[in-house]
Design a protein around this ligand. Structure first.
Ligand code: HEC
Ligand code: HEC
Length: 301
């Protein structure tokens, strides 16, 4: 219902954008300030596409303050900050072009950012070239190196159990809640880098076709918490989690999506369901109590 309304709104907005682009193409001047150093051909083409498809949300100055922005939650991205949610690169670094292009193809799930799959690959490359002109960071910094993702480890009840322990230890539950419903004790207090309230992702709401903002596969899930969602309170865990432990966490997170068909849910069900994890929840609580008594916090295992 909610999703349908959002899609309708997006279509309306696109239609409106296309209309205003026609008007703009009719005249010579777009009203856009002439850039200092001139645009490359790709940036020039991207500029035209941007005025047609993006400007009503992301704004003439790329600052996320287009005419539609006040009505949208979350707000459109401010490209002048060059902070992006969906990256293969470490937290704080610029994304690769391929990350931005991936976002344009997918759109941003559960927001007003539409998918631009109908455009051509060249269109998307030109748009990316153009939105990079909004921030000097693209001139002074290089994108980060994509994080390495080792091959997925087998899904087993042991892996899910270890993932459950990591979910406790890394305190994912503080924001996402013990059942992953996005209702942990900190959830209602969170704001993004623009001081807008933001809710943690609700895993329990997922259905078979559900996607995350930054992808839909197990690999994407791995990448999301290892690189963080920049500009939001969702941290990166790359510095505190070993690569294979991260796969255990992926396997556990999939079981929080209780209504979604998955290997992980089959394995958990065969082992007796979520109740079998609860017993280890108590155990890990006892362990961590012993830990804090003994003040022994070792990083590794
Ligand atoms: C209907 C409004 C709307 C239109 C039109 C729109 N966007 Fe967006 N865009 C958004 C919103 C809202 C977000 C923020 C989503 C979020 O923060 O979760 C966003 C986010 C983005 C992001 C950031 C993704 C990230 O990883 O952080 C990029 C890049 C982007 N848009 C590019 C574009 C381009 C290029 C166009 C035109 C082809 C476009 N958008 C058109 C609303 C729109
Ligand atoms: C301080 C609060 C906080 C903590 C701790 C936290 N998250 Fe998040 N998480 C968020 C918020 C807020 C979002 C929503 C970001 C958005 O919608 O742009 C989010 C989003 C996500 C997403 C979905 C991103 C997408 O692409 O849609 C995943 C997956 C996720 N978190 C996993 C985890 C895991 C795993 C942990 C623990 C290792 C964790 N989070 C810890 C706040 C938190």
């Amino acid at each position: 219902m909610m999703k349908r309304r959002m899609i309708c709104l997006s279509i309306l907005l696109i239609a409106a954008t296309a209309g205003s682009a026609l008007a703009q193409n009719a005249g010579v001047s777009s009203g856009y300030p002439t850039p200092k150093n001139g645009f490359s051909p790709a940036e020039q083409r991207g500029h035209g596409l941007y005025l047609r498809y993006c400007v009503l949300c992301h704004g003439v100055f790329g600052d996320g303050n287009g005419d539609n922005a006040p009505f949208l939650d979350p707000r459109p991205r401010d490209f002048t900050a060059a902070t992006f949610k969906c990256r293969s690169t470490p937290t704080g670094t610029l994304p690769l072009d391929s990350d931005l292009i991936g976002t344009l193809v997918r759109g941003v799930q559960a927001t007003n950012m539409p998918s631009w799959r109908p455009l051509t690959d060249e269109n998307r490359q030109d748009l990316v070239a153009y939105i990079k002109t909004f921030s000097e960071r693209w001139k002074t910094e290089k994108p980060g190196d994509a994080i390495k993702i080792p091959p997925e480890t087998p899904v087993s009840i042991e892996s899910i159990r270890r993932g459950h322990e990591l979910f406790q230890k890394m305190e994912c539950w503080k924001c996402h809640g013990q059942q992953g419903r996005g209702d942990g004790p900190s959830a209602s207090t969170l704001t993004d880098s623009k001081d807008q309230p933001i809710r943690p992702y609700n895993f329990a709401m997922a259905r078979n076709d559900s996607r995350f903002k930054c992808g839909s596969e197990n690999q994407d899930l791995y990448r999301i918490f290892m690189t963080g969602v920049d500009g939001t309170p969702m941290p990166s865990f790359a510095d505190v989690m070993q690569p294979n432990d991260a796969w255990d966490l992926v396997h556990y997170l999939r079981t929080l999506q209780t209504e979604r068909r998955s290997k992980e849910n089959e394995v958990l069900k065969a082992a007796g369901g979520a109740a079998t994890l609860k017993s280890s929840e108590n155990k890990s609580e006892n362990n961590s109590a012993a830990d804090s008594n003994g003040k022994t916090h070792s990083g590794g295992h």
